[in-house]
Design a protein around this ligand. Structure first.
Ligand code: HEM
Length: 399
């Protein structure tokens, strides 16, 4: 195997593989300190890695050179169509203008009442049990319910949505492709019924996303059904796995750091800052992939048109050049909201306000009912690769 390409060291790390919790951050930290740029040959297609904060930010801010023809360096073939991710330039801006109002801070407030009530209900069901797998019993369930209700759908449909989304994600990063394809077909069929229903009986387009998509005009043309379905599918895939994963890391941290948990219980006003610091410290989307559109040189690293680039969110968020003492959870850290956990530039996360609100609600409502808990002593924790998540988190507490 080659050990350098030009002046670039080669990383053989396969970021799709599972590790113990935080195992991927250890790889990322090591590689960022080894070199500003690396060539990675650990996945099926080789790619350039930008590992440090300033370069990663520049990459996000330069979409003409680093295009969204690819969005994951680990999966550049992209089995599943995503909207608005795959669009660039004006086309992307026009679609974002249609969807953005539904995910603005003001719009998200309209989901808050349900989100608080549902969270309280789920935690109250769990509290008398004294133990649960936090991922299976709560983190997978809660964001799904909020998402379904935000689309005007019954939360009970989460029963079948959760396994479908699991199968699709499994397929993204090397798991069974036929299962993933079957699950994405089922999701598309489900949304096809929803779109047909809204076409027949539209709801208020200011309140209901699908009704809005159905009546939206882009360049005076209605959106094709296929695009509406793809937007719904994208929101589901982009919103559910990320939020449940963020919850897993937050509770993995808090179960092991009594002082941080107690600080949040003593002063819930600290919760929004805590959410931001959690997203910085435990980025789950560890990379955004991009395709190079023309030959480009960054301080001696020459990339050719068609090359794949890894914008290293996971290594940038823990770059000591940007965030002093980066591996520590620091409540009230200065400049924390400059983290790249939600990306940056024009593809910055559409659902970040919703995610922040959901995560803050869970921190408040869970700790009001179950303030002390620990990781079960026999727990065997695994971190999925690709887009990081803890596959289970057995917690226990005294009754
Ligand atoms: C903690 C939770 C979340 C994290 C860490 C997260 C992270 C990210 C990141 C890093 C990107 C940029 C990807 C890139 O530039 O290629 C992104 C984009 C996106 N996110 Fe999120 N996300 C979260 C929650 C959500 C939720 C709840 C939704 C939907 C309801 C959502 C929908 C989207 C969409 C649609 C995009 C693509 C935006 C575009 O291309 O214009 N995300 N997210």
């Amino acid at each position: 195997m080659r050990e350098s390409v030009g002046r670039c060291p080669v990383s053989h790390t396969d970021y799709r593989l599972a590790t113990p919790p935080a195992g991927h951050y250890a790889f990322l930290d090591r590689e960022r300190e080894e070199s500003r740029f690396l060539w990675n040959d650990g996945a099926d297609t080789g790619f350039w890695m930008l590992t440090r904060y300033d370069d990663v930010l520049q990459g996000f801010q330069n979409p003409e050179t680093f295009t969204n023809d690819i969005t994951s360096a680990l999966n550049p073939q992209r089995g599943i169509d995503l909207l608005p991710q795959r669009l660039g330039g004006e086309e992307h801006a026009k679609l974002r203008r249609v969807i953005n109002p539904y995910f603005s801070p003001t719009a998200v407030r309209r989901m808050e009442r349900f989100a608080v009530d549902r969270c309280a209900e789920l935690v109250e069901e769990l509290a008398p049990r004294g133990a649960c797998d936090f991922v299976a019993r709560f983190a997978l369930r809660y964001p799904t319910d909020v998402f379904l209700v935000s689309l005007g759908l019954p939360p009970s449909d989460g029963e079948f949505f959760v396994p479908w989304v699991e199968d699709v994600f499994g397929g993204f990063f090397g798991g069974a492709q036929n299962k993933a394809r079957a699950a994405s077909d089922r999701i598309m069929d489900y949304f096809a019924d929803l779109v047909a229903e809204r076409r027949a009986r539209p709801l208020d387009p200011r309140e209901d996303l699908v009704s809005r998509l159905v009546e939206a005009r882009i360049d005076e043309e209605p959106m094709p059904d296929r695009d509406i379905l793809t937007v719904c599918m994208t929101l589901l895939l982009a919103g559910l796995d990320t939020t449940r994963s963020a919850l897993g890391y937050m509770f993995w941290h808090l179960a092991r750091h009594d002082e941080d948990r107690r600080a949040l219980i003593a002063d819930p006003g600290l919760i929004p800052a805590a959410v931001e610091e959690f997203i910085r410290l435990y980025p789950l989307v560890i990379q955004a992939g991009r395709e190079v559109s023309r030959q480009v040189d960054i301080d001696g690293l020459t990339m050719e048109a068609g090359d794949v680039v890894w914008l290293g969110i996971g290594s940038a968020n823990r770059d000591p050049r940007k965030f002093p003492d980066p591996d520590r959870f620091v409540l009230g850290r200065k400049g924390v909201n400059q983290h790249l956990g939600f990306g940056a530039g024009r593809h910055r996360c559409l659902g970040m306000h919703l995610a922040r609100v959901e995560l803050a609600i869970v921190l408040r409502e869970w700790h009001a009912r179950i303030p002390d808990y620990r990781i079960a002593p026999d727990a065997d924790l695994v971190e999925r690769g690709g887009q990081l998540t803890l596959t289970s988190l057995p917690l226990e507490w005294d009754l």
